[in-house]
Design a binder for this molecule. Structure first.
Ligand code: SF4
Ligand code: SF4
Length: 433
């Protein structure tokens, strides 16, 4: 309605006749394609007679009809938010007794948001990692067992099949949630070119395709993307079109240049602990009481009665302050979990500093303790549940490590370890020798 009120006219139901040439003939000089990526990727499965549904269709029908006959046991294939949605919706269908999410990598590499995954698990969805479905027939879903391999260019570990290892699940319906893609044929039919790697040829500065004055943006250009990115694509194309028509766009200022996040952080930290009385008349004073929790949270630090969560500045992170949990100070009261606005459980989930080996072994938290400091500093560590050791010199250089990986998780863990070691060694026990 907002767009319509600005004078934009809508013509609905024209998708199947979509033709750039016809639109140009009708007098449309510039065209922006925001057609999304609505085609489900094909799940390669020796399918047999059994039912395989596409997650988006299933969710759409579920929303309209509120029910679906899926049988007793359902498998959802995929690791994104659509897979979590489909699994939770399937749980609500009449007659369904068990829902399984089957994913070929591990939990660490799943694209689904943590809260979506946690919600699915807490509702009773069962999670199977390192399984690749290969056949579905006679109510049996056969999955190839996979193993993690070397990291790829973006740091995610590749997977490879474990020879001769399979697992079978008893399943009535499979829901495929392995992602969506753009309708490539539609674009090709309209003369848009793709490169040899199958990527659409687009001017990165303008979003213009290989067809003059035809722009593209959003999921159709990027694959699954955010609303913000899609809006930015549309805005960029609109500005280019206006300039070509000699209209100077009245662009909004670039707030990023004016927003000094470090300065904001200092200002907000200065507000904490200052009790400023409520003043209904002075709106500036009232606004200045805001602690901007959306920008810097630290709730778990403030609500802990034992000061068992600390925020320290760690270089290289998007959020410059990271929460470190101090195991020895925590009595597991659960306060930080209650107050975390992101449904987190900081005392279980944050990188944890342990003071003794017994405490370390008594916990499942990822974290570390300082075993000895004889010239070098030897840490016993747990990352993604795997126990190892990392030896640092006094300047934080890694001398030895049992970890071979170079994943983003490992690098983040190492950065936190080095920062505690180098700048916050008061958090470590003094007596390690
Ligand atoms: S659970 Fe531990 S860290 Fe969380 S508030 Fe309680 S004592 Fe503090
Ligand atoms: S763990 Fe939760 S409470 Fe603590 S800083 Fe993060 S979002 Fe805030």
């Amino acid at each position: 309605e907002f767009v319509r009120r600005h004078g934009v006219r809508f013509q609905l139901g024209v998708a199947e006749h979509f033709s750039i040439a016809a639109l140009k003939q009708q007098g449309f000089k510039y065209i922006f394609l925001g057609i999304g990526a609505g085609r489900a990727r094909h799940l390669k499965l020796d399918q047999g007679e059994d039912r395989v549904l596409d997650a988006l269709n299933f969710l759409q029908n579920f929303r309209q009809n509120g029910d679906y006959k899926l049988g007793k046991n359902v498998a959802v294939i995929g690791g994104g938010n659509s897979a979590m949605d489909a699994a939770r919706a399937a749980l609500r269908c009449e007659g369904v007794e068990s829902v399984h999410i089957v994913y070929r990598r591990t939990r660490t590499y799943m694209p689904a948001d943590k809260e979506e995954f946690d919600a699915a698990i807490s509702e009773g969805v069962r999670f199977h990692e390192l399984l690749l479905p290969v056949a579905f027939s006679g109510g049996r879903l056969t999955c190839q067992r996979m193993a993690l391999g070397e990291p790829d260019s973006d740091g995610r570990r590749k997977v490879h099949p474990v020879e001769g290892a399979f697992q079978t699940l008893t399943i009535d319906t499979v829901i495929s949630a392995i992602g969506e893609q753009v309708e490539r044929e539609v674009l090709e039919k309209n003369g848009l070119r793709f490169d040899h790697q199958g990527r659409l040829v687009v001017d990165p500065a303008t979003g213009e395709t290989s067809v003059e004055n035809v722009f593209i943006g959003g999921d159709a250009l990027r694959g699954p993307s955010t609303v913000v990115e899609s809006i930015a694509d549309g805005k960029r194309a609109a500005e280019v079109i206006m300039r070509r028509e000699q209209i100077e766009p009245d662009v909004l200022p670039d707030f990023r240049q004016k927003f000094d996040s470090q300065q904001r952080l200092i200002e907000l930290r200065g507000r904490k602990g200052n009790i400023v009385p409520f003043n209904a008349q002075d709106h500036h004073q009232e606004a200045a009481r805001c602690l901007a929790c959306n920008f810097v949270c630290d709730k778990c630090v403030e609500v802990c009665p034992n000061r068992a969560n600390v925020a320290i500045a760690v270089p290289g992170f998007h959020d410059s302050y990271q929460i470190i949990h101090m195991d020895a100070l925590c009595n597991e009261c659960g306060n930080c979990e209650t107050f975390c606005p992101y449904s987190g459980a900081p005392y279980k989930e944050k990188i944890t500093v342990f003071w003794t080996e017994a405490d370390f072994l008594d916990s499942t938290n990822d974290g570390f303790y300082l075993m000895s400091r004889n010239g070098s500093f030897d840490f016993r560590t747990r990352l993604n549940g795997t126990i190892g050791t990392i030896q640092l010199d006094k300047d934080g250089k890694v001398l030895k490590s049992t970890y071979k990986e170079n994943s983003p998780e490992f690098n983040a863990f190492l950065q936190i370890l080095k920062t505690v070691h180098g700048q916050h060694s008061y958090l470590l026990p003094e007596s390690s020798s």
